[in-house]
Design a protein around this ligand. Structure first.
Ligand SMILES: [Zn+2]
Length: 246
């Protein structure tokens, strides 16, 4: 029997059979993996309570010619506020659904792993909308689909002052190039500053997360739309957030 150990964060779970779950884990060692957790929904199972979305776990995985399975697991960290507060939960779920949908299996990326590890406690404790937005903006930088927030995508000049932003062209368009007509968003200077602050945010610092609500909503609208354009679908978690916010 071949066993290997991982440390990871549970991105998603899907129930199957009487008491089992398919578990998607973003692991430090192997990137995103999918494993089965047999019996984990039985109250008496040693995996009961461990195999939940958002938990950071260490686990022993049994290799199989079909789907590998979790033999044993322990919780390293869990985030009780996420399950106690539905709005907090939905912002965390949006971040996780984006990471899950936009990563390929078994590609190791310690940057993504660290982002998950660093962002979760902040989403759990501080303003979840802003924390999730920072996490999503920073995650997109790992995907190869990052928007260019600083330079004009047409002429390459560093943007100064107000500009436009085109999702189809991949970022900012300066005033000179736009000739007043760009299919996209207006991109005023204060929104650009907001994006720069999101991207440079250091999770380890005790900095207050301070943004104007207006800029946060503008940035969120752009990022959510952009991700959904790339994926070609509406995300379940974004739809859910809309429902609970009415
Ligand atoms: Zn330009």
């Amino acid at each position: 029997m071949e066993i290997f150990k991982i440390e990871g964060i549970i991105l998603n779970t899907v129930d199957f059979g009487d008491a089992n779950r398919v578990v998607t884990i973003y692991s430090k060692e192997f990137g995103k993996i999918e494993v089965n957790a047999y019996g984990c929904r039985r109250a008496r199972s040693p995996l009961s309570g461990v195999i939940q979305m958002f938990n950071q776990i260490c686990a022993e995985i049994k290799k199989s010619s079909q789907v590998d399975s979790i033999r044993d697991a322990d919780i390293l960290k869990f985030y009780p506020n996420l399950t106690a507060d539905i709005e907090r939960l939905s912002y965390a779920a949006i971040f996780f659904e984006i990471v899950n949908k936009m990563t390929l299996p078994k590609i190791v990326d310690i940057g993504i792993y660290n982002l998950l590890v660093n962002a979760l406690p902040v989403i759990n404790k501080k303003n979840p909308q802003i924390a999730a937005l920072i996490a999503i903006a920073q995650f997109m930088e790992f995907t190869g689909f990052q928007l260019n927030f600083k330079k004009c995508v047409r002429c390459g000049k560093i943007i100064e002052g107000d500009a436009s932003l085109s999702l189809t062209e991949g970022g900012t368009i300066c005033k000179n190039c736009s000739h007043g007509a760009v299919k996209g968003y207006s991109y005023p200077e204060n929104l650009r500053t907001t994006f720069e602050t999101l991207l440079n945010f250091n999770w380890k610092s005790e900095n207050q997360i301070n943004f104007s609500l207006r800029q946060v909503y503008a940035a969120q609208k752009i990022l959510f739309q952009y991700v959904q354009n790339i994926l070609g679908q509406e995300l379940k978690s974004i739809k859910f957030l809309r429902q609970i916010q009415g």
